[in-house]
Design a protein around this ligand. Structure first.
Ligand code: FAD
Ligand code: SIN
Length: 538
């Protein structure tokens, strides 16, 4: 029994765990290594309205709020958004205390260097060159390692939540813990806790082209869905406009390498093969327009011209490019592309899941004792389209808020509810090796289906096709899952199929275009759809 069971070692999970350890025993489980997370790959930075003496002149909470609401296309919860944005300065101070070194202004090192990204009306993005996420993740891991009362377990893959309802109890549904695959011993263990925090990140891997690392398979989202929690707004999958186009790359890294929006914030321009700045035709901010508009403009340009990619021209930045974005510059060089000489070929790729497990502003889900924070959650901050660099902020702020709420409602050491027996895991038969081929085939089919039918521009017809294919995939995956010994690839495929189905179901329900959900059949925004799309299994 652990007082707090935390699933995931990104910014949300670790930041929660470090703080919770002052109040009870904490166990953090992560399915790979601690550094495997979307957090570790974040480039641009973390948006924050700093104290008056440190912020850019003229910036205010109202401006950050207005930019976030504008990007969210009428679907942000304004109160939630205001609350999260207003706690940014505390969040930055906390990260700095844990050792995160954000870049300082070269001329006045008492100030931070602030970047700008699409949709922001002011410079308010703190960063550590172009590897902000890595800097944050390293400092959190180092702090977590030396925090008493905190156990970090790598290679522990959470399979499913255990709840009273799943055990057949008719009383109020509450969480009791999780079944977890210890990948090194191939053993399924039971971790018991009355306070479970899902911090498992997003599900970018539902798409063929994504900026996300391999860990982003939507496990927590799928687990919460299977446990009966309410899921919201899954149709809002954010595509990042500028992913390096590198069809010759042998590994997945080359195909999914992000070129930060901060590069455009410093003056780089999106152009087509004729050198024309085509986004200007659809938005006055051109290359720095909100992300949904830029991604759609690229999609349209590619369809119109038949070209495989568009280009990001950084040449006007001169030496500043390599100084400010050393990681991007070097990685491109490693792939044989010198961005200071030739524009970078780019395409949009799935990047961020704005929907997720629905929570209130304290991270509470609809199941007692189960909290969701970070990208796995849908708090109402992002609405129909996330403003760049608001997600690292949300992860850290929500960790603090969720802890305060747990301490208020379920303080450790004061358990009053019975602890029912949890039956041991039932192992299936061993999977014959040739059946794993089917799994990889299904994985590929799933990601291609989502890429072709459920991406930037949707139609009823494409969504229906995707839905039919998903029905077959669900059936096959159920057979693998129940017939075979538990295996991380099968578990991830099962979770991806669940997430993809939720994305399609939500997209079919929203008969309008809003933010990043754009459909040719209903091209306008409609007042009667000014609400979340929610789904619940039972
Ligand atoms: P993650 O950081 O993804 O962590 C999830 C953790 O859960 C991982 O450790 C994973 O291994 C673990 N996990 C998953 N499933 C299981 C399971 N079944 N059992 C156990 N553990 C599990 N946002 C910004 O605000 N600014 C940026 O500049 C920015 N840049 C980005 C660049 C890239 C390339 C990407 C991919 C994303 C970027 N984002 C950015 C988004 C941001 O990084 C994420 O939204 C945020 O880091 C999510 O944090 P998290 O803690 O919720 O999840
Ligand atoms: C980027 O650096 O462009 C990513 C920022 C984000 O997704 O918030």
């Amino acid at each position: 029994m652990t007082d707090f069971l935390v699933l995931g070692s990104g910014i949300a999970g670790l930041s929660f765990a470090i703080k919770a350890a002052a109040h009870g025993s904490v166990t953090v489980l992560t399915k790979g290594r601690l550094l495997e997370s979307n957090t570790a790959w974040a480039q641009g930075g973390i948006s924050a309205l700093l104290p008056p003496e440190l912020r850019e002149a003229g910036d205010t909470l109202e401006k950050h709020l207005a930019d976030t609401l504008e990007a969210g296309a009428g679907l942000c919860n304004e109160e939630t958004t205001r609350t999260i944005l207003s706690e940014a300065a505390e969040t930055i101070a906390e990260l700095v205390d844990w050792g995160t070194a954000f870049d300082r202004d070269e001329e006045d090192p008492s100030r931070y260097s602030l970047g700008k990204e699409g949709g922001h009306s002011q410079r308010r993005v703190l960063h550590a060159k172009d590897t902000t996420g890595h800097e944050i993740a390293e400092s959190l891991i180092a702090t977590a390692r030396k925090t008493p009362n905190l156990t970090l377990l790598e290679n522990h893959f959470a399979i499913d939540l255990v709840t009273t309802a799943k055990l057949g109890s008719a009383t109020e549904d509450r969480v009791l813990g999780a079944y977890v695959l210890d990948k090194e011993n191939e053993e399924v263990k039971i971790f018991r806790s009355n306070r479970v925090v899902l911090a498992t990140g997003g599900c970018g891997k539902t798409y063929l082209y994504t900026t996300n690392p391999d860990s982003a398979t939507g496990d927590g989202l799928a687990m919460a869905w299977r446990a009966g929690a309410t899921i919201a707004n899954m149709e809002f999958v954010q595509f990042h406009p500028t992913c390096f186009y590198n069809p010759g790359a042998s590994g997945p890294e080359g195909r999914s390498f992000l070129i930060s929006e901060a590069v455009r914030g410093e003056g780089a321009l999106l152009i087509n093969s004729q050198g024309h700045e085509f986004v200007k035709e659809v938005h006055p901010l051109g290359s720095l327009a909100p992300r949904d508009i830029v991604a759609r403009a690229i999609d349209q340009e590619l369809k119109k011209t038949g070209a495989p990619c568009v280009f990001l021209d950084v040449r006007s930045l001169g030496e500043h490019f390599a100084e400010r974005f050393p990681f991007i510059h070097q990685t491109l060089l490693d792939y044989g592309h010198d961005a200071t000489r030739e524009p970078i070929p780019v395409v949009p790729a799935a990047h961020y899941q704005c929907g997720g497990v629905q929570t209130d502003i304290e991270g509470k889900t609809t199941i007692r004792g189960l909290f969701a924070i970070g990208e796995v959650a849908c708090t109402g901050l992002h609405g129909a389209n996330r403003l760049a660099s608001n997600s690292l902020l949300e992860g850290n702020v929500m960790a603090r808020r969720a802890l305060a709420e747990i301490l208020r409602l379920y303080p450790p050491g004061k358990e009053t509810l019975p602890a029912p027996d949890i039956p041991p895991w039932e192992y299936g038969d061993t999977a014959p090796p040739d059946e794993l081929v089917n799994i990889y085939h299904n994985w590929d089919e799933l990601r291609r289906t989502m890429q072709d039918y459920v991406s930037i521009v949707r139609t009823n017809n494409r969504l229906r096709r995707a839905s039919t294919r998903l029905r077959n995939l669900r059936k096959e995956v159920r057979e693998f899952y129940w017939g075979n010994q538990v295996n991380p690839d099968i578990l991830e495929l099962r979770n991806l199929v669940a997430c993809a189905s939720l994305i399609i179901d939500c997209a079919i329900r929203r008969k309008e275009s809003r933010g990043i959900h754009y459909t040719l059949d209903y091209p306008e925004k409609r007042e009667d759809y000014n609400h979340d799309t929610t789904l619940r299994r039972f």
